[in-house]
Design a protein. Sequence first.
Length: 297
Amino acid sequence: MRVLFCTVLILISFQSNAQKSNLLLPEKFFTLVDSNTVEKEKIPALPDITAEYWDSTVYNPYKYAPELDFPLKLTFEDTTYFSPIGKAKVITSRYGWRRGRAHKGIDIDLVTGDSIFAMFDGVVRMSRYTRGHGRTVVVRHFNGLETVYAHLSKYGVKENDTVQKGAYLGKGGVSGNARGSHLHLVINYKGVSINPEYIFKFNAENEIRGQELWVTKKWTQPILHNSKKQSKIKCLHTEEEALASLIKTRSVYIVRPGDTLSRISRNNDVTIASLCKVNTIGRNSVLRIGQKLVIEK
């Protein structure tokens, strides 16, 4: 009786204080539970993504890290990402070779002052001006990826800030070496750029192409892609698929009237460099009608 009486007094006292503070108490707040029969919920700890190669003063802190082993395995808990801009995503320049240089991201059209958002949870590694990219925010995520948001007009976060998916990062603009206002979005994994369109669909649904994706070197080399058109994308979802894709196949192409190395490479989805290497010819070699060229993919 004495224990029960004390419990009632405590309950009445708590209710009285709650009423004075205008607190709303949940209906099941006063359920009595035997602590000996309840197992504490085990919440898995998130990895400490700031423990290694964390440097806010350089764009690529992995410059002197060991080379990555390919194919790479990427995993996602989500099936969608949060759009980095708040309107339809129009890609004006793709990952690939552009004006004789490597374009290691994609350009998404926007108006200066448009808000920029984090695609996933993470920690801001960099929020500062960088050469070429202008005002730049780099967010490192818990699966090892880093998303880079460049040419901003205003910062909305500072270095070492923890951000959630969809968090405001700043305003888009035209800072740095930019031709017109746009968001330059780069996807890096331990210092290596990956073609963003291999991982994400830039559609209204904001889809990730798979919760497990395997990345081969093909998708990390801009010279193998054209910034003016989307590459043909065939995602690899298992290690077996990734390893099988590395086995090259050969076919024979017979030169036709009007053919050039550029036309042959374009129509057969191979690079001019590959054609020259496999066939031991130069870029300025004269092609003969009926000549046989080996196509290696």
